[in-house]
Design a protein around this ligand. Structure first.
Ligand SMILES: [Zn+2]
Length: 401
């Protein structure tokens, strides 16, 4: 439970702080909503540098106006990344809280024509509003509300707003890992689970490709001279699929296959693309070794496996559980009851967790439809969710560690 002691610098109890934050945030909800719709109207697909950089301009200005020192990290291979720091004057040397956000979306330019940014029936819609432009506004609103209430931060807050999460974070991964190594804990502002639960575990992802080489031959004239790569691939697919251990969280999806050159030619080539999800690194090591031991059944064919771990699993460590319990207790002060859950999907939280930083995910806004045409947020969740972040920033997500 949350200790009843008042905050050192303000004399506010956690309960009073919760009320004060809501009193700051509720009356300004429509202004925050307008700011959010403006971010959504600024489309930002992961591979469109000009669109991304122009949204980064807007975000830099917003974060700076909210009291941050903003560093722009130039990225020749995509949108620039942003690193915004809010200092904690009474604890300048404390390890910071790392807040992970991304400002790219899966939606191409022009999506607004069919999915406009608008308000209807208590919901706000638009491409990327839930995943995760609302989260950028939540963080800004939380930090602004603390400033307006003259409540200091328990620790410095370092917020990363990256531009390539939706394509696997190729250019931001090393930055995220470096920041997480320095951080006290990591809060990931991806959306909560459907029942509003926070995420304390995420599966890791590995991607492989299996190429099979056989021998081509005319299927009518001399079929015996051929060695079918497609037939061998079919055997390999069954062998690969048998390596899954759903009881341990290890699942395998062979989502793409291709091969052959014509219907009357014994196929000389075929390949499959394999998507693997694992809950633990130990399971990844087991499966990776098994895949590399695959043997051909037809000795005239040859196989070649390429691929690797893309995102390591975010494992449910004791520190992450402590972080969850603290957050759940703080949420209760705001009348929010938040459960705990796991997901098979990966996020940048996987990278932070894998370098040993206690990581909690799912701290974004309530809503639904990530990557889907019904994407939306619940407008009445904006103020309490921002207030929850404010409580975490002011009261320390993991005191005593
Ligand atoms: Zn996201």
């Amino acid at each position: 439970m949350i200790p009843p002691e008042p905050l050192p610098d303000t004399g506010l109890s956690p309960n009073e702080l919760a009320r004060r934050l809501l009193a700051q945030l509720e009356p300004r909800r429509d202004a925050w909503l307008d700011a959010l719709l403006a971010l959504v109207e600024h489309e930002s697909p992961s591979r469109h540098k000009p669109a991304l950089d122009s949204l980064a301009d807007l975000l830099s200005a917003r974060f700076a106006a909210a009291g941050a020192q903003v560093q722009r990290l130039p990225n020749p291979d995509g949108g620039d990344h942003l690193r915004a720091t809010w200092t904690a004057p009474s604890h300048p040397d404390a390890k910071p809280i790392l807040v992970l956000t991304h400002y790219d979306t899966v939606w191409p330019l022009g999506t607004l024509q069919t999915m406009p940014a608008q308000i209807r029936d208590g919901r706000a819609t638009g491409p990327g509003i839930y995943d995760m432009k609302a989260s950028l506004i939540l963080a800004e609103a939380a930090l602004s509300a603390l400033q307006a209430a003259s409540v200091p931060l328990a620790r410095p807050v370092v917020l990363l707003a990256t531009s390539d999460e939706e394509i696997g974070s190729p250019t931001s991964r090393s930055l995220i890992e470096a920041e997480a190594r320095q951080a006290h804990c990591t809060l990931v502002l991806e959306a909560p689970l459907a029942n509003r639960a926070l995420k304390t575990a995420r599966k890791g992802v590995a991607c492989y490709r299996l190429d099979v080489y056989g021998q081509a031959a005319h299927s009518g004239v001399e079929p015996d001279k051929g060695a079918s790569a497609i037939l061998e691939l079919a055997r390999q697919i069954l062998a690969i699929q048998s390596l899954a251990r759903p009881d341990l969280g290890t699942t395998i999806n062979i989502g793409l296959i291709a091969g052959g050159s014509a219907v009357n030619v014994v196929p000389a080539e075929a390949h499959a693309e394999i998507n693997v999800r694992i809950s633990t690194l130990a399971e990844f090591d087991r499966l990776d070794a098994d895949l590399r031991r695959l043997q051909v059944v037809d000795p005239r064919t040859r196989i070649q496996l390429t691929g690797q771990l893309n995102r390591p699993p975010m494992e449910r460590t004791p520190a992450t559980v402590a972080l969850f319990h603290r957050t759940r207790d703080l949420a209760r002060l705001l009348g929010l009851e938040l459960g705990e859950g796991a997901t098979g999907g990966a996020s940048d939280g996987n990278f932070a967790s894998a370098v040993g930083c206690p990581t909690l995910d799912g701290l974004g806004c309530d809503g639904d439809g990530a990557h889907a045409t019904h994407e939306h947020i619940q407008i009445d969740a904006l103020a309490p969710r921002a207030a929850l972040l404010g409580l975490l920033f002011a009261l320390d997500p993991l005191p005593g560690l």
